[in-house]
Design a protein around this ligand. Structure first.
Ligand SMILES: [Mg+2]
Length: 202
């Protein structure tokens, strides 16, 4: 059975920062269609802040410390609406593995589920509102039932599905029906986060 160590979680957060750097412009372009065009910048800023903060962490830090450190750095690094959402997601993930020095590979799905709960709690969105929750919620269920490959498939399908949704929250909601046909940028970045988690923990 594989295990997940603090070093693996640090590698995971670094991989998320890499994918946000690579996709920053594409995410901003998506956000520009229905929002204010800053989503890629915000996500890249937040996960790079998390990576930088983790570089200063003591070598014997346990998983819950890694995730809490990343959460705090993300929150202070990002002014956009995704700041408190991902900070809460990572704080919930930290709480879910509290007291564990090393995680089992099955705990990976526990992290996804905790992040989805945090986003649902903090964002006050419902499934179908065309937000990142529309990816996190089904991905968490799929991860719990079928592991990482199921989570990725569910996330990709769900992000595609946001094109058929009318935005109910945030700036995009002002567009009404004109938000139809566009993928939610938060849903798109959620797929990237989940894929980076799968590639490093799976
Ligand atoms: Mg925006």
């Amino acid at each position: 059975m594989g295990t997940i160590t603090s070093a693996d979680l640090i590698a995971m957060l670094s991989a998320i920062a890499d994918t946000m750097d690579e996709n920053r412009d594409a995410l901003c372009a998506l956000d520009g269609e229905i929002g204010d065009g800053d989503h890629g910048v915000a996500m890249a800023l937040g996960f790079n802040a998390a990576r930088d903060a983790l570089a200063d962490l003591e070598a014997d830090a346990v998983p819950t410390q890694v995730l809490n450190t990343a959460a705090k750095a993300f929150l202070s690094g990002v002014g956009a609406s995704c700041g408190p959402l991902y900070a809460t997601a990572m704080m919930r993930a930290a709480a879910a593995v509290k007291g564990q020095d090393v995680l089992s590979s099955e705990d990976g799905s526990k992290l996804v589920a905790a992040m989805a709960e945090g986003i649902a709690h903090r964002g006050k969105a419902s499934v179908g509102d065309k937000t990142m929750l529309d990816v996190w919620h089904p991905a968490a269920e799929a991860a719990t039932e079928g592991g990482w490959s199921a989570a990725i498939k569910a996330a990709e399908d769900a992000a595609e599905g946001t094109k058929m949704m009318q935005a109910k929250l945030g700036r995009a909601a002002r567009l009404g029906e004109r938000s139809l046909g566009h993928m939610d940028p938060g849903a798109a970045s959620a797929v990237l986060v989940i894929k980076a988690m799968a590639s490093t923990l799976g």
